[in-house]
Write a protein that binds this ligand. Structure first.
Ligand code: FAD
Ligand code: FO1
Length: 474
């Protein structure tokens, strides 16, 4: 599987220097566009896309470094806290970065883990190593966006600084120049240009231009000590961090689950999902790679492949579009007017149950299916996609207000899911609780026109007692 992928890259071309790089993936963030003459290196400031191969940002940085005959540095700036991430997510991320460090060393690329926000640690690194230009990757979320904006201010003005969307197949700013209403409106825009962007990747090659001295190995213990996070959340057994494990998950998906993906992906008792979201969230695998691989199986499993492309391309890029163009992407204020008005009109409706954050977190509601879904998320770090909708909608029904419901859903989703703290998550919670990317439905108590889901609806779709038995609280 791995050899097949590596061969496909070198078949495309044996070096990114000769590859026709699609400039629409790049945004220049600085006034400066040219490297100062006496530069001693190029930096790729890695953040969202934490992998070496199949990474358009790293490929762009290497292409510049090869052209200017300069050494290449990859720098990751570790923050002590990130939204509600715990040791569970940071541990997974750091293990994946250790694999990046190893792969960089083998390619003669200098990998550095700096501790602190980029604006406090990266400008010094740039000066100390006389770096002539910085490339970074793209996330539409407000915290990473602020990191990039602050960096653009802190970097010396003569240093070119650019951003590459290495996460989406169609770059977010190319897919649409505005906030899209639903999957229906963005789908056509994406499919119209997909063939231009869904290309093979050239390989990141062994870098010929040497840094003065390769860095000391990263002190991963110091990195763990540096974190100021909740250390009580257990690590996840089923998912091994890193790109190698991501590839084997992709392989098992294509060979064993893709054929059921279309028909059984909404049944939490059936092994039909790709299970790729933790590695996709941390950028340890490229969605573009996943799609290229799934397409190789399309002749055998057409429905599965089409359904996967819809989810992993259209739905995922729609989530980035929402967070990129709507600053209130995690607030009721970010919902459509019809939804805000409808939730307001039912603000005074009596809630059938009211639960506190602690009761929700401890899976102590009256609903055994909801509790089982919560236990699955806490225990395995990944709640089944179909259940996330039911789970979030019940939180709307069982809390004082839509604002509180959204806050609880986001808090729990970000704290326990490995794939949390992601545009997909904010959109998932907003879709469930205030109907973004959805239409209005028959008006009812509490929900207003927000799409309703209930226990009996789940019983019609899958074996609820079977799922409850698996995740009963120990
Ligand atoms: P698969 O069904 O195999 O999908 C493959 C990939 O397609 C996913 O990894 C994801 O990148 C993308 N995808 C699938 N469904 C969606 C969707 N509805 N919207 C956007 N992209 C999608 N996804 C996250 O990545 N992080 C989250 O924190 C998250 N929270 C959610 C919260 C709620 C309330 C809801 C309703 C959905 C949430 N989702 C989230 C979307 C979806 O549930 C997960 O992406 C999916 O379950 C991840 O598991 P998988 O990779 O096995 O999914
Ligand atoms: N990005 C960083 O550049 N530095 C970090 O220390 C960091 C920690 C982190 C922890 C959990 C998590 O889910 C994401 C984290 N990210 C970090 C952000 C990530 O790279 C993406 O930018 C975000 O997930 C937004 O898409």
């Amino acid at each position: 599987f791995l050899e097949k992928i590596q061969k496909r890259r070198t078949d495309v071309c044996n070096s990114v220097a000769k590859f026709k790089f699609n400039k629409k993936r790049v945004r220049v963030l600085s006034k400066a566009e040219e490297f100062p003459d006496d530069s001693d290196g190029v930096v790729y400031w890695m953040s969202r896309d934490q992998r070496v191969q199949d990474n358009w940002a790293l490929l762009y940085a290497q292409r510049l470094a090869l052209k200017l005959e300069l050494p290449l540095y990859v720098v990751f700036c570790l923050v002590p806290k990130f939204l509600d991430a715990t040791i569970r997510q940071f541990g997974f991320m750091l293990k994946g970065l250790a694999e990046v460090e190893k792969e960089c060393r083998e390619l003669g690329i200098s990998f550095h883990l700096l501790m602190g926000e980029a604006r406090t640690v990266l400008p010094n690194f740039v000066k100390k190593n006389n770096i002539g230009g910085v490339v970074t990757d793209f996330s539409p979320l407000r915290t990473p966006t602020k990191w990039v904006q602050d960096m653009a201010k802190e970097l010396p003005q003569e240093i070119p600084f650019c951003q590459v969307d290495a996460h989406n197949i169609v770059p977010c700013w190319e897919a649409s120049p505005k906030l899209e209403y639903s999957a229906r409106t963005i789908r056509t825009k994406i499919h119209n240009v997909l063939s231009e962007y869904l290309t093979e990747f050239p390989p990141v090659v062994k870098h010929p231009h040497k840094v003065k001295a390769m860095p000391e190995p990263v002190d991963w213990d110091a990195a763990h000590k540096f974190l100021e996070v909740d250390r009580s959340v257990g690590e996840v057994e089923w998912a091994t961090a890193g790109t190698a494990a991501a590839y084997s998950t992709l392989e098992s998906f294509c060979t064993q689950r893709l054929k059921y993906f279309s028909s059984e992906r909404n049944d939490p008792n059936k092994p039909a999902l790709s299970n790729l979201s933790p590695w996709i969230h941390f950028g340890q695998i490229s969605v573009q790679r996943c799609i290229l691989m799934v397409k190789m199986f399309k002749s055998r499993f057409k429905d599965g492949a089409d359904a996967f492309i819809e989810e992993a391309v259209v739905r995922r890029e729609l989530a980035d579009n929402f967070c990129f163009y709507n600053e209130h992407y995690d607030s009721i204020k970010g919902a459509y007017k019809w939804a805000q008005d409808s939730l307001d009109a039912h603000r005074g409706d009596k809630r059938p149950y009211i639960y506190t954050r602690q009761q929700l977190e401890d899976a102590k509601t009256h609903d055994d299916l909801w509790n089982a879904a919560q236990v699955q998320m806490v225990r395995e770090g990944k709640m089944h996609g179909f259940l996330r909708m039911y789970w979030a909608k019940k939180i709307l029904e069982w809390t004082e207000s839509p604002e509180q419901a959204l806050a609880e859903a986001i808090y729990l989703n970000d704290k326990y899911n490995l794939d949390g703290r992601d545009p997909n998550g904010y959109v998932g919670c907003m879709w469930s609780i205030c109907g973004i990317h959805d239409q209005g439905w028959a008006e009812r108590a509490v929900f207003g026109k927000i799409r309703y889901m209930n226990y009996n609806g789940c019983k019609r779709k899958f074996d609820v007692p079977g799922f409850v038995r698996k995740y009963r609280k120990k």
